[in-house]
Ligand binder design. Structure first.
Ligand code: DMJ
Length: 557
């Protein structure tokens, strides 16, 4: 079960559950089949009961698994699914606290400090405002709670997790008259709930995830199949306030919906996910101009026409980023059994290498192209630093078809540049955006000098550490962690975004923004914890992390 082993390693085998497997074309008499259905259901329920003391009912929609009708001879006999489908739990283990490394302990302290601040001042709100010591609502779904569940589980914060779980069970109201961003709610809330379910087997999380997933489902129902950007959770009206959906948003909900489809045995969700991906890929095929056949797409696409907006920027940063990430991860999550995503991923990486990768001042970076590919802009968002990790992950699974470890080499160069984004400032924190010039290499413009405590560089260090085992990635991560701890930690609880990553020379102090983003706990601190972990927790051979760092176990359809 190494990452280089391709697929076929994910779902609990039916033989493992002590029941016979039906095969295509096999003949089963009615009574035998009925008995099998009973065994499978019992095994599914026993599996839940043995791992989760607190069970709740699933929504009715998930419970429709009546026995199939009696069968004639020579028909196909599917294996009936249990309720819900069992997951591969082989890689589910928390690192033993007695074996935590010293660095991991420091991260756990930061997690508790962040959580305590949120719990004390902002409980139930989406985010902590650490300076005013209160909460702020954005999606109105207890965002920080849902984004942190798997992390609390991971670090054995059992009291905190129980408290959070009870909030989800008793207070998280899904069907509220509230318009939410489909992508953000999917990656952070749906992803967080699904991951918590997968790790704990507590069906409270799956119940809420199902309710939420179904409430947002109309976002898939556009004329073209390209998802809408917004949806009202009560009225289920889906729409786009600003015309187009962003590329990243339209194509970074599929892991979560496919997992939900799998685990609740709801084929509609799989179909909708696949239709949405196909709509975007088809739009790419009919796109003309310099970008045709490059695997690179502009950052906006219209749900009503199903076409990309012409003249828009191509970026691996904001609004483009996770499209490229989910191509690889959609291939991985079903055990490398859907090669069309691999092909698109390889095409995209070729396009990135050809059109976006440049070097300045000895640093390799990812720029952006404008005007349908005619103009290059030497600007790189911190967000684009995720690509180093994605390339390393793809390399480990054999996604690099060049035969020369080209993807890994690029990953290492990009990681060096992202690390430099931190080391080049007086605080040791990276800005939101870097610019590059041949004369001076990377530099920062004043408006881009803030830090939201984003995860992408740490995410890439985590993957590069797992794949190459080079200490330099952990050491760089430790320097960055200490810089966050020094400059973003707030005395009264929590951590705050930093206004300017360069010191005020008079005071050597940074000023803060009144915001602790949910991804600080959901992603940044989680990747730090895993980067410093010696126990191969949540092995990459079994888990795919969604774009908000929520691990989902792989399966095959
Ligand atoms: C996260 O919500 C996700 O990683 C997303 O894909 C991009 N932006 C933030 C973190 O920076």
């Amino acid at each position: 079960r190494s990452p280089s082993h391709h697929g076929r390693m994910h779902v609990i085998q039916v033989e493992d559950l002590g029941r016979p497997q039906t095969r295509r074309g096999m003949v089963l008499a009615g009574p035998v089949l009925a008995a099998l259905v009973g065994v499978v259901a019992a095994v599914g329920l026993a599996l839940q009961n043995s791992t989760s003391p607190q069970q709740t009912e699933l929504p009715a929609a998930s419970l429709v698994h009546s026995s199939p009708p009696l069968l004639d001879q020579h028909v196909e006999v599917p294996v009936p699914p249990p309720l819900p489908r069992p997951l591969d739990l082989a890689g589910v283990a928390r690192p033993r606290p007695e074996d935590w490394t010293v660095r991991q302990r420091a991260v756990v302290d930061a997690i508790h400090w962040s959580w305590q601040g949120y719990r004390k001042y902002a409980w139930g709100s989406d985010e902590l405002q650490p300076l005013t010591m209160d909460g702020h609502d954005w999606l109105g779904v207890g965002l920080t709670i849902c984004d942190s569940l798997d992390l609390l589980w991971l670090i054995h914060a059992d009291d905190e997790l129980r408290h959070a779980r009870d909030w989800v069970d008793e207070r998280l109201e899904v069907r509220q008259d509230n318009v939410v961003n489909f992508f953000e709610t999917t990656i952070r809330v749906l992803g967080g709930l699904l991951s918590a379910y997968a790790l704990t087997q507590d069906t409270v999380y799956l119940t809420k995830a199902t309710e939420l997933g179904l409430a947002m489902q109309p976002a898939f129902l556009s004329k073209s199949g390209v998802p809408f950007s917004d949806v009202n959770l009560k009225t289920q009206e889906a729409f786009n306030p600003s015309g187009s959906s962003s590329l990243a948003e339209a194509t970074s909900v599929q892991l979560e919906y496919k997992f939900l489809s799998h685990v609740t045995d709801n084929p509609d969700l799989r179909r909708l996910s696949e239709t949405s991906m196909r709509a975007v890929l088809e739009a790419g095929k009919v796109m003309g101009g310099e970008l045709a056949d490059t695997g690179l797409f502009p950052m906006f696409i219209s749900p009503s026409t199903g076409k990309f907006s012409s003249g828009e920027r191509v970026s691996l940063g904001a609004r483009g980023d996770s499209y490229y990430e989910y191509l690889l991860k959609q291939w991985l999550i079903t055990g490398c059994t859907e090669p069309e995503y691999l092909v698109e991923y390889q095409r995209a990486v070729d396009g990135i290498r050809k059109h976006l990768v440049r070097t300045a001042g000895g640093y390799t970076y990812l720029g952006e192209v404008l005007d349908n590919g005619k103009r290059f802009s030497p600007k790189m968002d911190h967000l684009a630093c995720f690509l180093a990790g994605t390339l390393a992950l793809g390399h480990a699974f054999g996604a690099d078809a060049t035969g020369e470890s080209t993807h890994l080499a690029l990953a290492e160069e990009l990681a060096d540049s992202c690390i430099h984004g931190y080391t080049m400032t007086s605080t040791g924190l990276a800005p939101e955006i870097w610019w590059f010039s041949d004369a001076q290499g990377p530099y920062i413009k004043p408006n881009d000098a803030f830090s939201l405590l984003r995860p992408e560089t740490i995410e890439s260090l985590f993957y590069l550490w797992r794949v190459t085992k080079q200490d330099k990635y952990r050491d760089a991560g430790w320097q960055i962690f200490q810089a966050f701890d020094r400059h973003a930690r707030v005395e009264t609880g929590g951590y705050a975004a930093v206004e300017n990553v360069t010191f005020n020379p008079a005071t050597e102090q940074v000023s803060h923004r009144n915001k602790m983003e949910s991804f600080w706990l959901g992603e940044t601190l989680k990747y730090f914890f895993l980067l410093f972990d010696d126990q191969d927790t949540l092995p990459l051979s079994h888990f795919v992390f969604n774009t908000e760092a929520h691990p989902l176990p792989m399966w095959e359809w």
